[in-house]
Design a protein around this ligand. Structure first.
Ligand code: IMP
Ligand code: MG
Length: 172
């Protein structure tokens, strides 16, 4: 079912090292409130945070598209943050930006709580017109529109623990 490896373990590690340097430069002298979007971002978040030296606290949020109306982009909050983000420098971690609807809704929700700053770190962004205006502050890789699994990304909850990102192809 895995067609081919798209991004190797080595390529991910090397990109994360560069992203970590960028993040440390941007937040120099400050403190980061990392917010992971469950569950996909967990692998990316932990591997990246281990490489940064800026002080950081970690929290998580989980959302779900309303059944039947996924395309409307309405989301249901499954698990909310455990800490207040008002006045904090929030760095939101997402696994993949597809249409961007999920991320937009989460950004709206978090913005309404008045963080001092709100930036985005995403492992992957698909090349789609729908998400073209969504600016990612720290982006791992731009990919095509293929469905991918591994390194946190799932297909019906499977494959998250693959150490690489692979293209999933039902025909193989
Ligand atoms: P969006 O709202 O369309 O941007 O979708 C974002 C969410 O859909 C991600 O957080 C993933 O959970 C899921 N998703 C989108 N594309 C993929 C993929 O290629 N593989 C696995 N999950 C995906
Ligand atoms: Mg998923």
């Amino acid at each position: 079912m895995i067609a081919h490896v798209l991004i190797s373990e080595e390529a991910i590690a090397s990109r994360l090292a560069s992203l970590a340097r960028e993040i440390d430069a941007v937040y120099a002298g400050g403190e980061i409130r990392a917010v992971g979007v469950l569950k996909g971002s967990v692998f990316f978040l932990t591997d990246l945070l281990k490489r940064i030296s800026t002080p950081v606290s970690v929290d998580f949020i989980q959302v779900r598209s309303y059944a039947g109306t996924a395309s409307s982009g309405n989301i249901q909050l499954v698990h909310d943050l455990s800490m207040d983000i008002e006045g904090k420098d929030v760095l939101l971690f997402e696994d993949v930006i597809d249409t961007g609807l999920t991320l937009r809704r989460i950004l709206d929700l978090l913005s309404s709580r008045h963080p001092r700053s709100l930036r985005i770190a995403a492992l992957l962004k698909k090349q789609l017109p729908e998400n073209a205006d969504l600016l990612v502050d720290f982006l791992g890789f731009t990919i095509g529109t293929e469905f991918v699994v591994g390194y946190g990304l799932d297909l019906d909850e499977r494959y998250r623990n693959l150490p690489y990102v692979a293209v999933w192809n039902p025909k193989t």
